[in-house]
Design a protein. Sequence first.
Length: 278
Amino acid sequence: MSTETTTAISAATDMRRTLDAAAVQQLTDRIEAAQTGARAIPKLTDDFPGMTLGDGYAVQLELLRRWKTAGRRQAGWKAGLTSQAKMVQMGVTVPSIGFLLADFARAEGSTVRTDDLVHPRVECEVAFVTKADLAGPDVTRAQVLAATDFVVPAIEVIDSRFSGFKFDLPSVVADNGSSARYLTGGRALRPDGLELDCLGVVLEKNGEPVAMGASTAVMGHPADAVALLVKVLHELGEVLPAGSFVMSGGITEAIAVQPGDFVCARFQDLGSVAVRFS
């Protein structure tokens, strides 16, 4: 493991907090209103400059608690900011995680509305479905692969609720990693028959290539991003249960979309995923 990766993991699992319970509730109210009302807000650190990564996760988990209490079902988790392209694009250097709800999912080839989103953008990702629990601070790539039932190609529609699509790490974590929608398609394949660290992908918009890359961009191997996710969950007192759907992070930079766009992500070996926007 490289020194850069070790440093990123250490920073991503630092859960020191500064906000009290009342402040966490106040910021969760802001995020919930922005997400449900599809409106842009200033980044949270404008009013809480001492906010930490741990504070961001406290807000995220409170939002998850509220939505599960309201009857919404969790499908899994996502890793974010796991490639250099996304880190450079957003000006951050530390990966993060967020939760995925079942009602975020859309059918492959379907049309996704943009009138209930703020800054919709698309990413192409390798998604994992687990068959065994993963837990603890020392999970390895090999353990992730052994616990994986299959992998599928995916498109994530992200939607930062912060003005100008500009944010810092505590704010984006509180905003659940900009999670909004996701789709899967192509072929579901077992990981032992794939070279998961060197899958090529081309992202097309309206028939033209707009981004391309390889899965090695995701922390060297997408399974390493899942291992990081499990380590963060451990610090939050959570585990990754069997049957989880896990997105490993964008392979390329995120591409903005608008009504009328048609997006297709073509993955080596795994096939393609497509979505329209209205």
